[in-house]
Design a protein around this ligand. Sequence first.
Ligand SMILES: [Ca+2]
Ligand SMILES: [Ca+2]
Length: 194
Amino acid sequence: MSLEQTCRKLMIQGVVLAGVLGLARGYLPDVNIFTNYRTEVYNGIPSEIDTTPFVRIGDNYYYIEPVNKVNWFQAAGACRMMNAHLASIEDKAEMEALIKYMKAKGFKNNDYFWISGNDLGTEGAFYWLSNGRPMTYAPWNGPKQMPDNYGGNENCVHMFSTREMINDANCKIQMLYVCEATEPKTFKFTYIKW
Ligand SMILES: [Ca+2]
Ligand SMILES: [Ca+2]
């Protein structure tokens, strides 16, 4: 086969392959047709992969600090050290799943956990540090009393391990904390034979 014929054949195969990959794009979100590798990106992590010390609860992956009590800023830093964020509990289902897990692990009523909610920017306006969104789900402890900004200095939010409840507290208090992995994804690389 002449060089010209070979080039022509490769071009045709390339066009056919590009067409097939184009059709497949609906469920292959990221297909690179310009190299010999196909990259597929999936949300989450396959169940056979060990994610320790993070645990999967519902659709999310958490690290629940069981021993070391630190202030809110240290907790946020500890989560970043693990390439995660202080957790944002954004709906009732997420809170209930987390509480169920904590109860099963034997955490008690007085085990408090920092999460990423805070009103450090503007008093009374609570946002999640991890994603910048306002706290639309906020099951305050006694809705008429909390957040009470007690002492004029309660700007960080913690959850209770056994009740669907949150409270504003002094950011310098030391307590346990929950980190949340940031939308973990799995990449799959497949070599394409031309
Ligand atoms: Ca406050
Ligand atoms: Ca409070």
